[in-house]
Design a protein around this ligand. Structure first.
Ligand code: FAD
Length: 308
């Protein structure tokens, strides 16, 4: 038998937790669903310096605070991996999860994004044995060991700086001749003696022995040179991709899988909203995720009122 709610929020990252807080505070019957622990990508983030109200906060600590705050007005937090969303002729939304079926008239999709893979030889094979997408989770395994960071955006440099505090040298391999990260992060990185940069270069293979990673094969696009650079760990930050597999046949995503919404977070299906990183948008951050969450919850409230 399915359980019924006014609003179901899929995903308990910062956007989902905010939507759940707002919707429950508006006295709606709300379920917030996640296939893992609450917090989303904040759990994989070391220090956060750009969330107002905190000069500096650890990602897992901010997750904990947001979760507590989301629970004040009776949100039910449920485990479940959403596999499919179906909208019936009456406009009721049916969520099929690995843990049963849930229904609601309003659904807020807050499933976020996941790290993009390089798709090169050795990446899959050495995942968890030297290849990582999370410095906070795995950095401590590399105390005094040299590591490679792949990427040049905010995440790569932020997490590279975090690694420089706990590991040996950090070699940043970037395919361009300059970083994309904010200037403030760039300045910190260039001043840090433990951070080195390999420009105009791509990691083309991750090599290792029968136990773990021993190096990366690097191709220099300028000189056309290939060489194997010894390393103990590879941290990959080359962007993200949307977690929208369960929603692909609803006609609400763009060609890359991001969900299209208007500025009120409405998709083209009445009563279905999308918030946070999973949306087609330019700035994917915690501040923009929580803003989206508040807006969608209010819109869901208005929608439910209009059905009365
Ligand atoms: P997410 O945080 O991605 O949460 C989505 C949740 O949905 C997850 O818990 C996931 O388990 C769940 N989910 C997904 N699919 C399903 C499904 N089918 N069924 C059930 N549950 C599902 N932002 C900043 O503002 N400042 C920073 O300093 C910063 N640093 C970052 C560093 C790193 C390394 C990374 C990766 C990101 C960083 N960000 C930072 C970005 C920020 O973390 C994201 O913008 C934010 O977490 C997006 O929130 P969200 O709620 O949209 O999604």
């Amino acid at each position: 038998m399915s359980q019924n709610y006014d609003v179901i929020v899929i995903g308990a990252g910062p956007s989902g937790m905010t939507a759940a807080l707002y919707a429950s505070r508006a006295n709606l019957n709300v379920a917030m669903l996640d296939r893992g622990i609450y917090g989303g990508q904040m759990n994989n983030t070391a220090e956060i310096e750009n969330y107002p109200g905190f000069e500096n906060v650890l990602g897992p600590d901010l997750s904990e605070k947001m979760y507590k705050s989301s629970q004040q007005f009776g949100v039910e937090f449920l485990y479940g991996d959403v596999e499919r969303l179906v909208v019936d002729d009456e406009g009721r939304k049916h969520l099929y999860t690995d843990n049963g079926e849930l229904t609601a008239m309003a659904v807020i999709i807050a499933t976020g994004s996941q790290p993009r893979k390089l798709g090169i030889a050795g990446e899959e094979e050495f995942s968890g044995r030297g290849v990582s997408y999370c410095a906070v989770c795995d950095g401590a395994f590399y105390k005094n060991k040299d590591v490679t960071v792949v990427g040049g955006g905010n995440s790569a440099i932020e997490e590279g700086l975090y690694l420089a505090n706990v590991t040996g040298d950090v070699n940043v391999v970037h395919r361009r001749d300059q970083l994309r990260a904010e200037k403030l992060l760039q300045n910190r990185a260039f001043k840090n003696d433990k951070m080195n940069f390999t420009w105009n270069s791509q990691v083309t293979e991750i090599v290792g022995d029968d136990r773990k990673v021993t190096g990366v094969k690097v191709h220099n696009k300028e000189t056309n040179e290939d060489k194997v650079v010894p390393t103990d760990g590879v941290f990959i930050y080359v962007g993200t991709e949307p977690m929208t597999k369960a929603f692909r046949d609803l006609g609400i995503t763009d060609e890359k899988g991001w969900i299209k919404t208007d500025e009120d977070m409405k998709t083209n299906i009445a009563g279905v909203y999308a918030i946070g990183d999973v949306r087609q948008k330019h700035l994917r951050q915690i501040t923009t995720a929580v803003g989206d969450g508040g807006i969608a919850a209010q819109e869901a409230f208005n929608y439910l009122e209009s059905l009365k």
